[in-house]
Ligand binder design. Structure first.
Ligand code: FCB
Length: 465
């Protein structure tokens, strides 16, 4: 009843991704990825096909930032100092992604020894500091040269991905024991290929579902390969889970919330764990049913293999209500916790709801909260930005929810705060800042924020006040 404990084996640390943190985007043989490519193409403008002023609260109603991800937080140059800081923080894990473009610059074929060398140094430094690496194979940064061949829409995508995964498992699998295949397929695929909100800005549910199907097959092929290599680690995937509540007290809205949850989370999680798409969506929504890939179940039957754990990114909540005229028979309405247009309004109790849902629905599979983080505006004032009580409250409230979930029997294995240091935020550039470390995005100068000191106490005691 009293006190919030995380347990001594709990993994707790920070995370970041390659394209957001590394910088050095064209150094040592690395090629361009889609995140860099579209940031450059649309800098300061609305992305292609985007309709300004669209009244849809889930759409990002603003132009692309003028900033480019080319510098990140200078992790490529300062990885040692960053990892030393993690050690000082007392965290026992760090989640990061590998850049496909650094490892295989042409997308397929020749391996770039400098790419392998960089990640060897990062992994070895982590291990030297007693930090368990959690490695994502794919965090949104598809090589642009593969995009030019259709990206996820190319039926060869699963083979390309498996070949890339093989290089990574062979190079790093002796030391990396926690792997994930794809980060947030809902955003990369549904928003990227289905609804034109995210690179590569394509629209159409038939394409969206086909792209997603190829991603799922790629995921299975990588998991199969990993298991066949007997490297002794675990492999999963990272899906995002928005806590969706019914807008009104009626069954129609409860069903609407369930449909949205299945669309955004179940669409990936159910095939990955049970080998089929959410049947009720196919039954109830023509938009889904009429756009299913040919022979989808045969493909799933052929490639399905369960994964070991589920990574969950949790940031926000949404409210939704029944609407027979919308594709998912539901529409989002403004929620109670955000001001209009606010992208990352915190709702800590939603994290407990999400963990309890997974416990019940997915048979208490091991879960890592792979992302959860507090966005504050860049005000170009390091003093003020390093004094961040909002972020301290955010950490306290969400980690209390983790402790409550553990007490309620959830199989929660770890928590990664997003993110380790102020970095590039997709579409928002260096304006939105999540870091526990303040970073000057032009020079790379770093300072600990107060929230990092607070997080450090939690990491060291495995308790929350
Ligand atoms: C998630 C992404 C991550 C970061 C946070 C704020 O959707 O996985 O790269 O941008 O949001």
């Amino acid at each position: 009843m009293f006190g919030f404990k995380l347990g001594k084996d709990f993994l707790i640390g920070t995370g970041n991704s390659a394209f957001q943190s590394e910088g050095a985007w064209d150094r040592d043989g690395k090629s361009e990825n889609i995140m860099e490519h579209y940031a450059r193409e649309f800098a300061g403008k609305y992305a292609a096909g985007y309709v300004p002023g669209t009244v849809d609260i889930t759409r990002r109603m603003k132009p692309y930032s003028e900033d480019l991800p080319d510098r990140g937080c200078f992790f490529y140059d300062h990885y040692e100092a960053y990892i030393e800081d993690m050690k000082k923080t007392g965290q026992n894990t760090y989640r990061f992604s590998l850049s496909w473009c650094r490892i295989i610059p042409a997308g397929v074929g020749e391996v770039n020894p400098k790419g392998i060398e960089f990640y060897n140094k990062v992994i070895n430094k982590c291990l030297e500091c007693n930090i368990t690496p959690f490695v994502d194979l794919y965090h949104w940064d598809l090589p642009q040269c593969l995009m030019e061949k259709g990206g996820f829409l190319n039926p060869e995508f699963p083979q390309w991905f498996e070949a890339y995964a093989k290089v990574c498992f062979e190079a790093f699998g002796d030391r990396v024991k926690l792997w994930s295949t794809f980060n947030e397929s809902d955003i990369a695929v549904t928003s990227g290929y289905g609804t034109n909100r995210f690179p590569p800005f394509r629209e159409g549910n038939r394409e969206g579902q086909l792209a997603g199907h190829h991603v799922l097959i790629a995921h299975f092929r990588a998991v199969r390969l990993y298991k066949s290599m007997n490297l002794g680690g675990k492999i999963g995937a990272v899906n995002c889970f928005t806590s969706i509540t019914p807008a009104r007290m009626c069954q129609e809205d409860i069903d609407a919330a369930a449909r949205q949850t299945e669309r955004r989370f179940g669409w990936w999680t159910e095939p990955m764990l049970e080998g089929r798409y959410p049947q009720r969506l196919i039954r109830e929504c023509a938009y889904v049913r009429d756009n299913m890939p040919v022979n989808y179940q045969e493909d799933l039957d052929r490639w399905f293999i369960p994964m070991d754990f589920l990574g969950v990114n949790y940031y926000i909540c949404n409210r939704t209500q029944y609407d027979p005229d919308r594709p998912m028979l539901s529409t989002y309405v403004e929620n109670f916790y955000s001001s209009p247009g606010q992208q990352f309004a915190p709702y800590p109790p939603g994290l407990l709801d999400v963990l309890l849902y997974i416990k019940d629905r997915y048979h208490n599979i091991p879960v890592y909260i792979t992302e959860n983080g507090c966005a504050l505006e860049n005000i170009n004032d390091p003093e003020k930005e390093c004094d961040d009580p909002e972020r301290i409250t955010y950490l306290r409230e969400h980690l209390r929810m983790c402790a409550r979930a553990l007490r309620a029997g959830c199989n929660l294995k770890g928590y990664y705060y997003w993110n380790d240091a102020d970095s590039y935020e997709e579409l928002d550039g260096y304006r939105l800042r999540f870091g526990l470390t303040w970073v000057d995005s032009s020079t790379g100068e770093r300072r600990w924020k107060k929230s990092r000191h607070y997080f450090s106490e939690i990491c060291k005691t495995k308790m929350v006040d």
